[in-house]
Design a protein around this ligand. Structure first.
Ligand SMILES: C[S@@+](CC[C@H](N)C(=O)[O-])C[C@H]1O[C@@H](n2cnc3c(N)ncnc32)[C@H](O)[C@@H]1O
Length: 197
């Protein structure tokens, strides 16, 4: 079934979007410095820019999305780069969990689209390895502007209730027309799955 992201897929990789992905990738790499990561899940990975930017860090990357058109764009780029260790998986309401165990769950600019994001995270964290990482990029809550976003203190508490300790939460970018939001502000959050909370 087609969705609103299918329509965006062909034009998603604008120069602005590619520059943003390059910036995100740089920050993610700096947060992961010193950690051993074998398998990455890039949930809602879209056209694959982050997965491609992190390709050398892991033995296996699973790129999932609810949009087949986004995944088709990603597949073309993955094949052109010769990255046989990056695979794609279409997800939907009935099939969103990841069967394999993994070390890093990356979710960038996706969860503000997902009203029941806590249930989704709970499901995804089941196969995240102990001491595995969760990295999320999304928008700060902006009650005045009435856009969907996150209160970071609340999010950290929710993650704690799901067994993850937040180690970093900081501004990653702000701009006048970030994703068509006037004065848009996005954060990056890093959390670790641990039994010692
Ligand atoms: C703004 S794009 C971000 C793409 C990529 N993560 C990035 O940072 O460049 C949002 C992506 O999330 C996907 N998406 C939205 N809701 C989703 C859901 N419930 N499960 C999986 N993917 C979803 C969309 O199809 C789209 O590709």
């Amino acid at each position: 079934m087609a969705n609103k992201f299918d329509e965006k897929a062909k034009h998603y990789d604008s120069p602005e979007q590619l520059a943003l992905a390059e910036h995100f990738t740089k920050v993610i790499r700096s947060l992961l410095d010193g950690y051993q990561i074998d398998t990455i899940v890039d949930y809602g990975g879209g056209t694959g820019n982050l997965a491609l930017g992190l390709a050398d860090l892991a033995e296996k990357i699973i790129l999932t999305d609810i949009s087949q058109a986004m995944l088709d764009q990603a597949k073309q780029k993955i094949e052109a780069a010769g990255h046989t260790h990056i695979t794609t998986q279409l997800v939907d309401e009935t099939n969103k969990s990841i069967k394999d165990a993994y070390d890093l769950l990356l979710i960038s600019l996706v969860l503000h689209h997902v009203p029941d994001y806590k249930d989704l995270l709970e499901e995804l964290f089941v196969t995240l390895n102990d001491n595995g990482q969760f990295i999320m990029i999304d928008f700060y809550q902006d009650l005045e502007a009435n856009y969907s976003g996150f209160d970071l203190d609340l999010l950290a508490k929710e993650l704690e209730s799901l067994g993850l300790k937040t180690v970093t939460k900081e501004l990653i970018i702000e701009g006048d027309a970030l994703f068509m939001r006037p004065q848009g502000k996005a954060f990056i959050l890093q959390a670790i799955k641990t039994t010692q909370l």
